[in-house]
Write a protein that binds this ligand. Structure first.
Ligand SMILES: [Ca+2]
Ligand SMILES: [Ca+2]
Length: 228
């Protein structure tokens, strides 16, 4: 999303953190995550609580000062006409694989999980949305992935993440798990013929934007139908 005036304000506010981070290494590099980051016996959560892998694309960097926590917990939406800044920019073609502690997503009635990016509607027309689309895959073991078909060519962008405004906030309580009120992009395992998965992977397919906010901007992911 374009940052405009708000973006400038945030850059100023975060600059001390960025400088501190730069002293310890490249602030654009992936954080210290590994394959043991999401053990099956970890406490189950309904929002992201571990990162299996993050491969930033060109122009990533925004949100890295708070990574990985910035993609954990509830979304920070609340309005259809503006996007959250509590996000991690994946960069062009970047991708991230996420887990929910020891929890799994099961195929219940309707949508099973929700991906929250930071799209926003322009001029009140829902079909005119500023978006940076992502392709979503799921996995039971973190190795074999199945990808949702994403209709990226024209509105409605069914099967893609990153085009429905986010309404849920940290004050929404269990509302962030309710597709009727949470906003965001919903995914139904039924479409893939899969009963249960542990991991969600999001890959930027927008290839859009300039550093350091290029590509899909991930706010949060919430499980509608958890196993625990
Ligand atoms: Ca379902
Ligand atoms: Ca972006």
């Amino acid at each position: 999303m374009p940052r405009g005036v708000h973006r400038l304000r945030v850059v100023v506010a975060l600059s001390p953190l960025v400088l501190t981070s730069a002293c310890g290494g490249d602030p654009g590099a992936p954080g210290p995550v590994d394959e043991e980051a999401c053990p099956a016996d970890a406490e189950p959560t309904r929002t992201v609580s571990c990162v299996l892998d993050f491969t930033p694309g060109d122009g990533a960097g925004f949100g890295m000062d708070a990574y990985p926590d910035i993609v954990y917990g509830p979304p920070h939406g609340g309005a259809s006409s503006s996007g959250s800044l509590d996000v991690l920019s994946l960069g062009k073609g970047g991708e991230i694989a996420l887990g929910f502690g020891g929890n799994t997503i099961v195929n219940g009635p309707g949508p099973d999980f929700i991906v929250f990016e930071n799209p926003f509607i322009i001029g009140g027309d829902p079909e005119k949305v500023f978006k940076e689309l992502g392709e979503v895959s799921v996995s039971a073991d973190g190795e074999t992935w199945t990808t949702f078909s994403c209709q990226a060519d024209a509105y409605p962008y069914e099967g893609c993440a990153g085009w429905r405004p986010v309404l849920g906030t940290p004050d929404s309580g269990d509302g962030i798990y309710n597709p009727e009120v949470a906003g965001g992009d919903v995914f139904d395992l039924e479409a893939l013929g899969i009963d249960e998965v542990r991991f969600v992977r999001i890959k930027d397919i927008s290839n859009f934007g300039a550093a350091d906010t290029a590509g899909f901007d991930l706010d949060a992911v919430a499980i509608v139908h958890p196993s625990r």
